[in-house]
Design a protein around this ligand. Structure first.
Ligand SMILES: [Zn+2]
Length: 278
């Protein structure tokens, strides 16, 4: 393949070029050739040279197709998943484990940061040099001068920093047939009006693209949870349609037919026309 960092994934006749990294395609498994199915986009990098040479890309397949084709699960992907299960970043379980949740770390950090910022502002009010002192005039500082200095300061540094990922939860992905845990994904349920491009970039850079993270989903509660944003390392898809499973409130079917794709480049969302080859 021309670009070793991108891998072709064909779904419903359309081909998408995704970053070949340690992630899975939401709601799908991957198939290339032979009698096995896979999960991770970069699995082919572990194959023998001969198999790698013949590899031209993935076909995204559903669980139903896996059954129909009598495919076995790839050993490499299985091993990687076993490692993933041993990691400690699973915090949320929809059942009884959720009740045992301790005070989340982010809340402690948030309170600490808020307190620190408050201190800085209070210190700023009392100890910042009055700008009028730089001037040659010897007028004594007035209350009005001080108010101006404080409001300038607070404009540059907002006291409360808001991040979309403050509300993110790690949701286990459960195999509906075997009841086995197949990793996790990150879920945020929020109002679409809160999701600005600036916050999306912040979410992507400090949450979605972190090593070891699978895919992330933002569900718009003001759109009946039928619209949202899907992302994994390398891409953000806006305007995806969602269908929640009646049996599992954390399971969504994601439809990318009207999706618009973006990458984050130098802190900006840049639209990416993923090549469609059909
Ligand atoms: Zn594999």
């Amino acid at each position: 393949m021309a670009d070793s960092q991108k891998v072709a994934v064909t779904k419903n006749g359309k081909t998408y070029y995704l970053n070949a990294n340690n992630t899975a395609v939401f709601g799908h498994y991957l198939f290339a050739d032979g009698k096995t199915y896979h999960k991770y986009l970069d699995c082919y990098k572990l194959w023998s040279e001969e198999y790698q040479t013949n590899f031209t890309g993935w076909q995204a397949i559903s669980k139903k197709e896996i059954k129909e084709m009598h495919l076995r699960y790839c050993k490499f992907c299985q091993n990687r998943e076993d490692d993933e299960t041993q990691s400690t970043h699973y915090e949320f379980l929809p059942t009884d484990a959720a009740e045992k949740k301790p005070v989340p770390k982010w809340l402690k950090i948030f309170l600490f940061v808020a307190l620190a910022l408050l201190l800085i502002v209070v210190i700023g009010v009392h100890f910042l040099p009055d700008p009028s002192e730089d001037e040659t005039t010897t007028s004594t500082p007035t209350a009005a001068n001080q108010v101006v200095a404080v409001s300038d300061n607070s404009e540059q540094k907002p006291v409360v920093d808001f991040h979309l990922y403050d509300q993110a939860r790690d949701i286990p992905v459960i195999d509906t047939e075997t009841s086995e845990r197949k990793g996790t994904y990150s879920l945020i349920k929020t109002d679409s009006a809160l999701v600005t491009d600036e916050l999306l970039v912040d979410w992507y850079e400090n949450h979605v693209s972190l090593p070891g993270r699978g895919f992330s989903l933002i569900v718009f509660v003001d759109k009946d949870e039928k619209e949202g944003i899907y992302a994994l390392s390398g891409m953000i898809a806006k305007n995806v349609h969602l269908e929640s499973d009646p049996d599992d409130p954390y399971l969504y079917d994601v439809d990318f037919d009207d999706a618009v794709y973006y990458s984050v480049i130098d802190g900006n969302l840049v639209e990416q026309p993923f090549t469609i080859t059909d």
